[in-house]
Design a protein around this ligand. Structure first.
Ligand code: UD1
Length: 374
């Protein structure tokens, strides 16, 4: 029996795997000719950061749980590498599937490449061009180790092409394949939005903003987090600010003595609750990559609290604006986006059948393995 080995570990990967793992199990031959084995590295381990996604999104239970959360980047990645390599040598899968740009992504791709198993990378080709971000390091290395590069957008295909990984690589004899598959997160929104309810945390008297912060480059710096806190405080005079707080951010806010109690602060929320809140807000303010697009899929304008973004087409559409952590920028652009509302835009991220495209390609690899990278 052929095996797909999927490595996940952090919150955004659960959302993406929910789509592909479900679709894989519906494909002809599943369970007879091929199976998926799921490895959870344990990078995210709190119930609200992990278990809740498995429960409400009906993600299959992991076959292996490595419990490797916490520690420095090197420690975490190194431990994962060792443990995943061991599993790969024991189970000898035919392809390793990884998602996004976390330490779990890199560990899975590197372990597979070292033992000569093809790697399929979902969300390939994204670039912030900022190597100070751990995610940029992870995604560049993962792309360079992958044989299947599933790009969510034309911009990500173009990024790979500029780095010498062309769209038609396979046809020209080089053993990797770049596929503009669209974005699996769009499939997730379309599927799970049907399960949304009306969240109590949304104000009926004031306009609402959904705020999320977790990027190391924002929240680990006292000045930046302080500036974001002051900006949120200013906006809270007009808006109800819903702030599900990431564990990294909570720890840093406590350490820096920053109070966010003027916001409607909650524990991290599950995916369905996030979509339910998102549907009801007027504006999103975030440093998350995924939420920038989820806002777009649900037609909400978005302040991007970063200096750069991988999702450049959303800036071009006028629905998202880069603000960094500057108080003035945040305030003036919040007013601009609220008065402008959502601008209709092209389908940048495919048509909601990305899970299907990925599964078809993976099955093709299982049936006719292509030449390994030399
Ligand atoms: C990671 C990813 C990032 C992704 C984000 C989604 C990397 C380099 N970064 O960042 O790309 O956008 O996940 O959330 O992989 N912690 C808990 N409980 C948890 C999870 C984490 O307390 O369930 C703590 C950790 O111990 C650590 C901090 O939060 O102190 C950060 O966790 P970590 O997984 O290192 O990175 P994230 O900031 O979550």
């Amino acid at each position: 029996m052929k095996k797909i080995f999927t490595v996940i570990g952090a919150r955004p990967q659960f959302v993406k795997a929910a789509v592909v793992s479900r679709r894989l199990r519906e494909m002809p031959g599943y369970g007879g000719q091929f199976v998926e084995l799921l490895v959870h590295t344990g990078q995210h381990y709190d119930h609200a950061m992990s278990e809740v996604f498995f429960e409400e999104m009906e993600i299959p239970r992991p076959d292996f749980h490595l419990n490797l959360g916490g520690g420095t980047h090197g420690q975490m990645t190194g431990l994962m590498l060792e443990r995943i390599e061991k599993l790969l040598m024991e189970h000898k899968p035919d392809v390793v599937l990884v998602y996004g740009d976390t330490n779990s992504t890199l560990a899975g791709a590197l372990a597979a490449a070292k033992v000569g198993i093809p790697v399929a990378h979902v969300e390939a080709g994204l670039r912030s061009h900022n190597l100070a971000m751990p995610e940029e390091i992870n995604r560049k290395l993962t792309d360079s180790l992958s044989q299947y590069l599933f790009c969510p957008s034309q911009a990500s295909v173009d990024n790979l092409s500029r780095e010498g990984i062309p769209h038609v690589a396979l046809e020209h004899g080089t053993p990797c394949r770049v596929i503009n598959s669209g974005d699996v997160m769009q499939d997730a929104v379309l599927h799970y939005v049907k399960k949304c309810s009306s969240p109590k945390i949304v104000s009926t008297t004031k306009p609402n903003i959904l705020l999320t912060l977790h990027r190391q480059e924002n929240v680990d710096h006292k000045e930046k987090l302080s500036s974001l806190q002051r900006s949120a405080q200013e906006l809270s005079k007009t808006f109800n600010i819903i702030f599900p707080i990431h564990p990294r951010t909570r720890k840093r806010a406590e350490e820096f003595g920053l109070d966010f109690s003027f916001c409607a602060v909650t524990q991290p929320v599950g995916y369905i609750e996030l979509l339910s809140i998102l549907k009801c807000v007027d504006l999103v303010a975030t440093d998350s990559g995924g939420l920038q697009k989820e806002a777009f899929f649900l037609q909400k304008p978005c302040l991007v609290l970063r200096e750069e973004t991988e999702w450049t087409e959303l800036l071009e559409s006028g629905n998202n604006i880069l603000c960094g952590t500057d108080e003035e920028q945040i305030k003036s652009n919040a007013s601009k986006l609220i008065s402008q509302g959502f601008i209709e835009s092209p389908d940048y991220y495919g048509s909601g059948n990305t899970g299907e495209i990925i599964c078809q390609e993976l099955i093709r690899e299982l049936q006719e393995p292509h030449e390994r990278r030399k």
